[in-house]
Design a binder for this molecule. Sequence first.
Ligand code: CTP
Length: 399
Amino acid sequence: MLKGKKILIGVTGSIAAYKIALLVRLLIKNGAEVKVVMTKAAAEFITPLTLATLSRNPVSIDLASDSGNWENHVMLGRWADLMVIAPLSCNTLAKMATGFCDNLLMAVYLSATTPVYVAPAMDEDMWKHESVKKNLQIIESYGNKIIPVNAGELASGLVGEGRMAEPEQILETMKKVLIPVTELTGKKILVTAGPTYEAIDPVRFIGNHSSGKMGIEIAKVLKTKGAEVNLVLGPVNGNFDLDGIKVERVESAEEMFNACSRQFPEMDIAVMAAAVADYTPVEKAQNKIKKTEDNWSLSFKKTPDILKNLGNIKKDNQLLVGFALETNNEKENAKNKLQSKNADLIVLNSLNDTGSGFGFDTNKVTIFDKQGNEWGYEMKSKKAVAEDIVQAIIRSLHV
Ligand code: CTP
């Protein structure tokens, strides 16, 4: 996603200018802010109105506007995180090579302090002309980046090299430049969070006090490290900022099991932070159970163990992280869970530490890996604990 990224497009006179409508649309769809500067020649090929409508910003062409105001080309160049000149005509290329400034687009280009990419568009004979080759080398030597041309049908009717890169290719280039590569870029990660509710009848359930905060913080930290995060979230209340995270809401352990089993084969990593109910009523009453008996008992059956199931189907290139919530024999129980559920890491949450566990904003954890290492941490905010857990995951990826 390009949310918050500012992109300035310079359009020059070439038949490929019509494709810029699609490029602007793709950028807006990806969350970018877009402004367009055109040359007069470009406006012969595509109307400023089209690009203003799609970019949701006025389009600038002249150094002075119709109302006699000066267009601040310096600030336009500085506003952008990236400038792309597409299509780049032979004429504008020559101006860029020599610094010839006779229009707004050139003034913006010459004042731009941001990286400049160009997507040339020419007929093959022009493209292969020595002067064009030389000018491209010159503008590259100034630090501009060239998005390669495609081969195919050209405006002249000939077939050959010189077609402007397709809008999708230009978009991909921009994403590579603007989205920083971080430790978890390209990793798909499944996270579970929150409690599960096991229905007794249509109005009652058995649940637990999990707030979902720990799992949600982990999902958010993973996202900031560049991962694609899918969160399977049990019933929690509160306004969590889950921007950019794909969320599937579930109620019961069975629903969480189904969601995780379906998603896990596509994942590189799974972090099971949910407090899943271990038992569920054998039967869910169709109607509200009436208060007829003095004593009443319910029969329970075990829920499917999600972590264990994922441990059974886990492939060598997948990393599985579990949690252990313990009150006694903590370390021993945690290590046993690491083994029995075939996890790669287990995060021990001890309920014996005040401020740790359900409902609190703080937590104190110990992390064990299957190589026998153990890392103990101080009591911290759940956000800081999430950072520690994510660092442990990143470390494990390199073992
Ligand atoms: N877990 C799960 N499915 C369940 C129960 C637990 O995936 N039906 C997962 C939890 O998300 C956690 C780990 O197993 O990552 C350990 O959970 P915990 O409650 O500590 O242990 P249990 O396996 O339920 O065992 P016990 O309650 O006996 O300690």
